[in-house]
Design a protein. Structure first.
Length: 151
């Protein structure tokens, strides 16, 4: 695990130069740099809100705050990417990318990579858990099968 110490806003911008950071998503990326996956949650009704938005779509509350998730979920859908965006990448094998339905709430889905699993073994509703992978000198969230199948 990397330790950046207290991560101020300027550092978050420096860590993620390719990402359009806003007041709604900066806490998400600040947490990623600390290897924590946080999702915004409504402080009034408890609804989890993703993609990042400033207002709760359920009760219109503006009391939206980031909260760490359990890291467990299931594969809602997935695809195999045969080409990464970086044309200089030597990786040619398919990269499994999935919408993981997080255990916190029905319909709360996070797009991420599936690792530690052969592409042909990935299945819908497969239980997965959060792990971290290094891409371009940064740690990024990914999901792997839960041993034994239950989270
Ligand atoms: Zn709400």
């Amino acid at each position: 695990m990397r330790n950046y110490g207290p991560i101020d806003d300027v550092t978050v911008f420096e860590l993620y130069p390719g990402i359009q950071l806003t007041r709604d998503n900066i806490e998400h990326y600040r947490a990623l740099a600390e290897q924590k996956l946080v999702i915004n949650r409504c402080g009034d009704c408890g609804y989890w809100i993703y993609p990042h938005r400033p207002m709760c779509p359920e009760c219109w509350s503006l009391k939206v705050k980031p909260e760490e998730i359990s890291g467990f979920g299931t594969v809602f859908m997935f695809t195999l990417l045969y080409q990464l965006r970086d044309p200089k990448s030597h990786i040619m094998e398919p990269v499994p990318v999935a919408a993981v339905e997080l255990a916190e709430q029905k319909g709360l889905r996070y797009l991420s990579r599936i690792v530690n699993c052969a592409p042909e073994d990935i299945a819908h509703d497969m239980p997965v858990r959060l792990t971290w992978i290094e891409i371009g000198n940064m740690e990024w969230p990914a999901f792997e099968p839960v041993p034994g199948g239950l989270g």
